[in-house]
Design a binder for this molecule. Sequence first.
Ligand SMILES: Cc1ncc(COP(=O)(O)O)c(C=O)c1O
Ligand SMILES: N[C@H](C=O)CCC(=O)O
Length: 425
Amino acid sequence: MRYQRSSALFSEAKKYIPGGVNSPVRAFKAVGGDPIFIKEAKGAYLYDEDGNYYIDYIASWGPLILGHAHKPVLEAVIEKAKKGTSFGIPTEIETELAKLAVSMVPNIDKIRFVNSGTEACMSAVRLARGYTARDKIIKFAGCYHGHSDSFLIQAGSGAVTFGSPNSPGVTQGTAKDTLLANYNDLDGVKALVKANQGEIAAIIIEPVAGNMGCIIPTDEFIKGLRELCTKEGILLLFDEVMTGFRLGKGGAQEALGVDADIVMFGKVIGGGLPVGAFAARTEIMSHLAPEGPVYQAGTLSGNPLAMSAGLAMLTELNTKPETFISLAEKTEFLHKGIAEVLNEKGIAHQINRFGSMISVHFCDDPVVDFESSAKGNNDTFKNYFHGMLDQGIYLPPSAFESYFLNDAISYSDLAKTIEAVSKVF
Ligand SMILES: Cc1ncc(COP(=O)(O)O)c(C=O)c1O
Ligand SMILES: N[C@H](C=O)CCC(=O)O
């Protein structure tokens, strides 16, 4: 592989953009070296500026479930763009997408579109606070809910990768209202609730975590959270920015059999364009402006291009639910193949998988929370990442991220990936 042009572009970018990137995880800091610059992508493959191509296992961090430049999505965006790109005035397509999303996801009557997952989570917490008239929230170490101040407390993803899970710039005043618990530790959450009786507005969680690698909640934990919230008048917020419309039509609520009070979406609901959304039952959503007093707004929210991409993507997923099965089967194939190679080579590892989310951790003990995820051997991870990259396999450039499969990946791509793992080790 040659990366000269990408490296030159990165040097130029660093002169004008902090760190040369517009989102930190792209910078390869956790794995070393310069990031690759992408020229174009089609189906399962990324093509870089040096003429290399890669099987893509991040799919723009989740949304491109059907692969890059998927024809129905592209055509919908192109047709829509011909009619104007933004109006700041209502359009019919916003209701069409809202109607479809509400029909696919359990427990939601109404949905509000925003422009990112960060906005969705930030607004959902404000709504929960307004609805319950309480201030505090509980979040889990290693979970990432975007870069809004209240969430940058022991955050996962890029925040932990770059060593600032509690970011400077977040005031003590804000931080004191975010209480921290450990993933899969129900007793710890119960103790926090007891110590702050009547003060907790919401528990926010990635129902299947993807920002400390992929971490699966135990049944007892996730169902226990639901019971606790119902008993204590706390709203349970599922951050489905990764899991929504990926784990199935109904996302993690459906996959885990647990009802949330507010659900947040991102990425997938915009088919790869900048979108987020949050949704709940009418009783909760009616507290939102202009119906209710909780303010939330956005000049570009419900943008027609994003709505058309989202509508095309969700329509296809809704009419072809077998896609979710196909994705899960491919992910299982990859899991088994990688595990077989690593076992044969005697490499200590754990592989976590749920649906089409999967992560490989180089450690001995099960990875069930942030602490166990952080025990992974980062030197092995770096070698693995670069060894795979050099063979044309693009993995997330940090151990604190999940892979996201897209349905354009073929079994021969998966076999090539497994073969590449074998060559690395
Ligand atoms: C679970 C989760 N929530 C929220 C976010 C924030 O979304 P965005 O980056 O679109 O602001 C992300 C990813 O970035 C995420 O993975
Ligand atoms: N883990 C994040 C989202 O899923 C990574 C994307 C980003 O922050 O750029």
